[in-house]
Design a protein around this ligand. Structure first.
Ligand SMILES: NC(=O)c1ccc[n+]([C@@H]2O[C@H](COP(=O)([O-])OP(=O)(O)OC[C@H]3O[C@@H](n4cnc5c(N)ncnc54)[C@H](O)[C@@H]3O)[C@@H](O)[C@H]2O)c1
Length: 281
């Protein structure tokens, strides 16, 4: 869609499996072919975003191929769902590296260019899994890390007329299969409300094509006042998340001790809360 709207595109894709193994150059090449067949301009890049060298080469590919860089969309991802007591160090590291470091590795090399030219747009890819998704602790941690990263990049670069926003997309891709949906539905059942994960559309009916317009719009001047924000997008639905702030605040002169917490906090701070995260079997 970016190409259709006139962008010259570097299509980066390692072409690995959904859990991160292997690589296949034909994946990016096929997208480039599709773009060219429709009259657009694109080049393929197969670097690994989980490395700094990979991130640097991706950004350099834009400069050497097209002479400039205006838009960076961070979208690479893998999943290794494991309940926390079965999660290995490598499962954890690999997921954090592709998502969280994979955002840093490209932004780090795009940032000086954007700062110098006093313009640029970044769209990052988080996930509703960050809200708390059974068996996805590595993925959730990386994705919520990306939200915090987005806010800070929005401040670091906002002063230089650069914007950085994040999306929590939904689409029935190979990452979001029946197994992932079952885990999400279990989490929703446990949450006991429809207010968060996956509510508002049926993820298995949602298509990547329905995510693209928001991403492209965020890259246009029409979104000039949108910086540091997080969106959810799936099917016909788009939502914007509030920025977190404490729900209730209590202050006690001289500070808190356990007795004071027992006496007051239960009434004034946590009264009425239900432990919606418990119940995982
Ligand atoms: N599909 C959903 O419902 C959903 C929900 C929330 C978030 N997301 C996020 O959306 C993004 C896109 O996922 P998708 O659903 O299109 O899945 P996908 O598997 O079709 O696409 C992910 C792509 O990332 C590439 N990739 C993986 N590791 C890489 C690396 N180290 N370097 C370069 N490329 C790499 C893969 O080769 C793959 O083509 C991911 O960040 C994912 O976490 C998807």
């Amino acid at each position: 869609m970016l190409a259709r709207e006139g962008a010259k595109v570097v299509v980066n894709d390692l072409g690995g499996g959904p859990a991160g193994g292997g690589s296949d150059v034909s994946v990016a090449a096929q997208v480039v072919e599709e773009i060219r067949a429709r009259g657009g301009e694109a080049v393929a890049n197969h670097d690994n975003v989980a490395t700094m060298e990979g991130g640097e080469r991706i950004i350099k590919t834009a400069l050497t191929s097209f002479g400039r860089l205006d838009i960076l969309v961070n979208n690479a991802g893998i999943v290794r769902p494991r309940i926390i007591y079965n999660m290995s160090e490598s499962d954890w590291d690999d997921v954090i590296d592709v998502h969280l470091k994979g955002h840093f590795s490209t932004v780090r090399f795009a940032a000086p260019i954007f700062r110098e030219q006093k313009s640029g747009v970044i769209v990052n890819t988080a996930s509703e899994s960050g809200l708390g998704h059974l068996g996805q602790s590595s993925y959730s941690a990386a994705k919520e890390g990306i939200i915090g990263f987005t806010r800070t990049i929005a401040r670091d670069l906002g002063r230089h007329n650069v914007r950085c926003n994040a999306i929590r997309p939904r689409a029935a891709t190979r990452l979001f299969n029946e197994e992932a949906l079952a885990a999400m539905q279990r989490t929703r059942n446990l949450l006991g409300n429809a207010g968060a994960l996956g509510a508002g559309s049926n993820p298995l009916d949602d298509k990547p094509e329905q995510v693209a317009p928001l991403v492209v719009w965020l890259c246009t001047d029409a979104a000039a006042n949108v910086n540091g924000r997080t969106f959810v997008v799936g099917g016909d639905m788009i939502g914007i998340y509030p920025e977190p702030a404490p729900e209730r605040v209590i202050v006690r002169e001289g500070g808190w001790d356990l007795d004071a917490l027992d006496r007051i906090a239960g009434n004034q701070l946590t009264n009425g809360l239900c432990n919606e995260f418990s119940g995982a079997k």
